[in-house]
Design a protein around this ligand. Structure first.
Ligand code: GUN
Ligand code: FE
Length: 487
């Protein structure tokens, strides 16, 4: 069985199917209703394949192949801090927990330890592609890229640019000047271009941390570099209300040439809103900012675990999708407490239900109405609230196809299509036998998911989304290479 997204709200189920992957990791054929004899007698000859040279991977009854997850926003150096955030909010969290840890990863031994682990951990959760923020340190950023290549994880790796500490100020961890930040960025790009010249697995990404940590000359220079090189960009946008107020105070339109005083307009004035830009969070956008993001073709990484943990707010994903904003999911480790994209998908579904009961993304001033009109409005709002909910199919789309589009790889990954690459995970849920025991080995074979056998396939997917974890992720491949196997 192969399951993947056909559209935002539609999973497709292919049962008794065969997917043929060539030695370069590219899908060359997908056959429905194809048993093994069929494959050997009909399919292999058609592809010019010699049976003895073909490796057959069989899924057990009830298992299914699913496209690898795409984590569109994760901070590799922050991995040791997952779960450690206390009651902090963004700006004090950065100061208390994040900058000290990132700073300490300029120690190469520590960086190797942390980066090796975060790659292994994310692979074990089915993340076949990640957009990583590293640190300001060039050597350890390059090490992260090296380790991704060695482990076989597809990645965008960004050396973090931050030449100003607006707030909270901590002078010990920043680029000395805009010029030195640019030079370090170039050094890291050059390393990755040598490491993987065709950028088939790992590619560099320009990474201004967020507006309050960057000077205007640095942001402008990175915008220019993006235009000249077509490199992607990743940053944070409109995550937290205090951060937004800070941006307004730091960058009045007169200083940037922006058309208004919004956060998104600052990036736009610096040339940072492009079709290859990943904007993490986008929780508190105004309608005008949403329109600007759409006009520039920039993409959004929705990070619900982080937004809930740091109390940043409820991102209105339906509201973004309505306007045509391309969205994917990010774990935002360690603002997010989990390295699992499945957890992010689950939280995306749950948060969307809360958006629905807290005004459906409308809010604002409410004019006083007559009793009758008020009733009508309530009904209307209830309907609108219902519409905010993201289904299981939709959050799995965001985790795969949506994420692929966010990182600019929609032609290569995110689904099972001929011509795409085999980035996939084999998922196994627990099959409960007649005696109530779980079949196939250990009792935790299915982790937290028990399937009794009468559930429909859509119901099984719902059980996976709401109760699944890395115990269900049996095998993981990137570009045809087996990169994780659960022992
Ligand atoms: N804004 C600036 N830096 C960060 C970071 O490391 N994590 C999150 N979530 N937001 C940020
Ligand atoms: Fe982040």
């Amino acid at each position: 069985s192969f399951v993947h997204s056909k559209a935002l709200d539609k999973l497709e189920f292919l049962h008794g199917a065969a997917v043929c992957v060539d030695q370069s990791g590219t899908i060359v054929a997908i056959e429905r209703d194809c048993d093994e004899a069929n494959a050997i007698e009909v399919l292999f000859p058609r592809l010019g394949w010699v049976k003895a040279e073909v490796v057959v991977v069989r899924a057990r009854e009830g298992q299914f192949f699913f496209p690898g997850f795409i984590d569109t926003h994760i901070h590799a150096p922050q991995y040791p801090n997952v779960g450690i955030f206390g009651n902090s909010t963004l700006l004090d969290w950065l100061k208390t927990y994040t900058f000290p840890l990132e700073h300490s990863l300029s120690d190469p031994a520590k960086a190797r330890q942390v980066y090796t682990r975060v790659i292994r951990k994310t692979l074990s959760h089915g993340t076949t592609c990640a957009a990583y923020f590293a640190t300001i340190d060039v050597a350890s950023t390059n090490l992260l890229a090296d380790l991704c290549v060695a482990a076989g994880q597809r990645a965008l790796v960004g050396r973090v640019c931050m030449d100003v500490q607006g707030s909270p100020d901590c002078d010990y961890y920043r680029d000395a000047t805009a010029e030195s930040a640019l030079a370090s960025t170039h050094a890291s790009i050059a390393h990755m271009r040598t490491l993987d010249p065709t950028m088939s697995l790992v590619r560099p990404i320009l990474t201004p941390r967020f507006a309050p940590a960057c000077s205007l000359p640095l942001m402008r220079a990175l915008g220019t570099l993006a235009r000249e090189t077509n490199l992607p960009i990743q940053t944070h946008l409109s995550e937290n209300k205090a951060e937004i107020a800070l941006v307004k105070s730091l960058f009045p339109p007169a200083t940037t040439g922006a058309t208004d005083d919004s956060y998104a307009a600052v990036y736009d004035a610096m040339g940072l809103l492009t079709p290859r830009t990943i904007l993490a969070h986008a929780v508190h956008l105004t309608a005008a900012e949403r329109a600007l993001v759409v006009a520039r073709g920039a993409k959004v990484s929705h990070c619900p675990c982080s937004n809930s943990a740091l109390g940043s707010g409820l991102a209105r994903v339906r509201w973004l999708l309505d306007a045509g904003v391309v969205c994917g999911l990010g774990t935002d480790v360690s603002g997010g407490y989990s390295a699992s994209v499945l957890e992010a998908a689950r939280q995306a579904a749950l948060v969307s239900r809360l958006v629905g009961v807290t005004g459906g993304g409308k809010g604002g001033e409410r004019e006083k109405l007559s009793v009758e009109k008020e009733k009508e409005r309530e009904k209307e709002e209830e309907k609108e609230g219902e519409r905010q909910k993201l289904s299981v199919d939709e959050v799995l789309f965001l985790a795969t196809r949506g994420g692929a589009e966010v990182v600019g790889l929609e032609d290569k990954v995110g689904g099972f299509e001929v011509g795409m690459e085999w980035d996939a995970q084999l998922i196994g849920l627990g099959t409960v036998g007649e005696g109530g025991e779980v079949e196939g080995g250990e009792d935790d074979e299915g982790g937290n998911v028990d399937v009794f056998g009468w559930e429909s396939w859509p119901e099984r997917m719902a059980k996976w989304v709401y109760n699944g974890d890395d115990r269900n992720t049996k095998k993981v491949w990137v570009k045809g290479r087996l990169v994780h196997e659960r022992k």
